[in-house]
Design a binder for this molecule. Structure first.
Ligand SMILES: O=P(O)(O)OC[C@H](O)CO
Length: 200
């Protein structure tokens, strides 16, 4: 999405019940299953861990699918612009908290990412009367890299390939850097939206 789209609340229709939005809701429904499977496994890296991998992969697939469908069929709605990043944050936030609680990911990484993610979500609602601030390209890239890092973390393959843990950590560090950087960009974007809105 571009800045001009961000500042234009009218660029999305208000209907909720279309396929991309239903896929976004499905992603939210998959989150408790993912959490349940990961907790049931409790770092044993057995069958439940594979179930968690499948639930995570299915959720990620709905993310790609809803974006593709929304763009190709021109079904971009204001609900989707807000709900899609929230669904991503629920999935990614749950994964990060659980990985940290299981002792597989340092808490400081989880806390930094969560503060940025929910801070920007709160900011979106603060400036919503001036315009919808949809996901930027950087924000989307950040979500992709976070997703790759989490996927490598949850794959129960460390006994075959112990180096995967190191790869997962460094991919996560790259994700963290982009997360913080795009967070700063959104703050600048929000200030611009507010300034333009106050002048109008
Ligand atoms: O960085 P955000 O908050 O715009 O989130 C990006 C979304 O997760 C992309 O789907």
């Amino acid at each position: 999405m571009t800045t001009s789209e961000a500042s234009n609340t009218g660029s999305g229709s208000s209907g909720i019940w279309n396929l991309p939005n239903i896929l976004t809701m499905l992603r939210i429904v998959l989150v408790p299953f993912f959490v349940w499977f990961l907790l049931a496994d409790n770092s044993h890296h057995g069958i439940w861990r594979w179930a968690a991998v499948l639930a995570f992969a299915a959720a990620i697939y709905t993310d790609k699918l809803d974006g593709d469908i929304a763009r190709s069929r021109n079904l971009i709605t204001n609900f989707g612009k807000i709900a899609d990043p929230i669904a991503d944050k629920l999935l990614i936030g749950s994964a990060l908290v659980l990985l940290s609680a299981l002792g597989e990911l340092p808490w400081w990484i989880t806390i930094l990412i969560l503060v940025r993610e929910w801070g920007i979500t709160a900011l979106r609602f603060v400036v919503i009367r001036y315009g919808v601030m949809p996901a930027s390209r950087g924000g989307k890239l950040k979500t992709v890299i976070q997703t790759v890092a989490i996927f490598i973390y949850i794959l129960p393959l460390d006994s075959f390939a112990p180096w995967l843990v190191i790869v997962a950590f460094w991919v996560m560090i790259v994700a963290l850097a982009i997360t913080v950087w795009t967070g700063v960009e959104y703050v600048i974007e929000a200030i611009k939206l507010r300034t333009a809105g106050s002048r109008a």
